[in-house]
Ligand binder design. Structure first.
Ligand code: PLP
Length: 377
């Protein structure tokens, strides 16, 4: 057992690197008296839209709200179906359920962990109101095919880009690959706030206008309420922090890429271990580096003993969550269920020293060899 552990993600290190700038921004916002929306939010919206290559960005309270507001913007409600991956974080499904609509799960390609246009097409019914692919773990889904399918059928395609700030698909960034996209700036995300925050991006002027209303009590002019809105506004403090961190996003994503390259280099060819598959169209940002092993729980335990912290994303697919027990009772989604049993996320982040990435990879090799030897004995 090593004396110092390698954490899964070093969140305080992100603050430490930018402390002076972040502290100064906080002081300036606090002195301004403008704490919700306002000039910092507007500036962040402009900068984030430009970064993604989208016409509009709308700052909201969280990633879940970003997705929910897009669906409300498209009038999704009771009786409507929205196609979602079977193997995503539950928020993708909750966004649909909270509009009164029904999430319709589609199984992913087990290689890329993302849903494909072929699988989505088979799940379309006359009630399908939207298609919501997820760029899982920071790797874009095959968006040309998905966007073309949506256009053909007249169904909006919404990117769940919560894990994919800065990821590119055929050179274009997540957030500008379909009709609209929802981002999360949860602190552990590649672009993380110092609290909850999110954004919608879109090129659609009318949708943007509607989401601006919906996030603010349905109001454009104070005390004039045009639609039944929510309170889901971005705080000025978070916007000020995000503006600073956005300037470092490409550099920090490059650092994640360097760590991922170390993992790939050191873990290639290990028996029984599946590494992430990166299709030629994708330039992922490695929100997570997810390996697979048939004896995942034992592997995780051995890594823990070796001082390496890992996490499972996600141990229970949404259809098996208690929250969906009534709606999906008896549903069997074998790919999602197998992935939930086999996936393991290794330490990853812009502050993971490459020497630690090497140490993690060595620990994984050792643990997998020991497990394989045990199985053969
Ligand atoms: C794929 C996915 N969708 C949606 C969300 C929801 O984002 P938030 O936590 O900001 O509500 C998250 C992150 O938590 C996520 O990983």
């Amino acid at each position: 057992m090593s004396t110092s552990r390698i954490p899964f993600l070093d969140v305080p290190a992100a603050y430490a690197e930018l402390q002076e700038e972040l502290d100064a921004a906080a002081r300036s916002v606090m002195a301004s008296g403008q704490y919700i929306l306002g000039p910092e939010v507007t500036a962040f919206e402009e900068e984030f839209a430009a970064y993604c290559g989208a016409r509009h960005a709308i700052g909201v309270a969280s990633g879940l709200d970003a997705l929910r507001l897009i669906l409300l913007g498209y009038d999704v409600g009771p009786g409507d179906e929205v196609i979602v991956p079977s193997n995503t974080f539950i928020a993708t499904w909750l966004a649909v359920s909270q509009t009164g609509g029904t999430p319709v799960p589609v199984e992913p390609d087990p290689e890329t962990h993302n849903i494909t246009a072929t699988a989505v097409e088979a799940a379309i019914t006359p009630s399908t109101k939207a298609i919501m692919p997820v760029h899982l773990y920071g790797q874009p889904a095959d968006m040309t095919a998905l966007a073309a399918l949506g256009r053909e059928r007249g169904i909006p395609v919404i990117e769940d880009a919560a894990q994919a700030q800065g990821a590119r698909y055929q050179g274009r960034r997540a957030g500008a690959l379909a009709d609209a996209a929802g981002f999360s700036f949860y602190p552990g995300k590649n672009l993380g706030a110092l609290g909850d925050a999110g954004a919608v991006t879109t090129d659609d002027d009318a949708l943007a206008e509607r989401i601006r209303l919906l996030r603010n009590y349905g109001s454009k002019v104070k005390y004039h309420h045009d639609v039944l809105g929510l309170n889901s506004r971005l705080d000025s403090l978070q916007a000020a922090f995000l503006r600073i961190k956005l300037r470092h996003l490409d550099d920090w994503n490059d650092r994640r890429r360097a760590a991922a390259a170390r993992y790939v280099e050191r873990l290639a060819g290990v028996d029984e271990l599946t590494l992430p598959a990166v299709p030629e169209w994708a330039d992922p940002v490695w929100h997570l580096f997810v390996i697979r092993h048939p004896r995942r729980d034992e592997l995780q335990a051995r890594l823990g003993e070796a001082g390496v912290d890992t996490i499972i994303h996600y141990p229970i697919p949404p259809h098996l969550a208690t929250a969906y027990a009534a709606a999906f009772d008896g549903a069997h989604l074998p790919i999602a269920e197998r992935l939930a049993d086999e996936v393991l996320s290794l330490p990853m982040g812009p502050h993971l020293p490459l020497a630690d990435a090497d140490a993690v990879a060595d620990a994984v090799r050792t643990a997998v060899h020991a497990l394989n030897a045990g199985a053969a004995a």
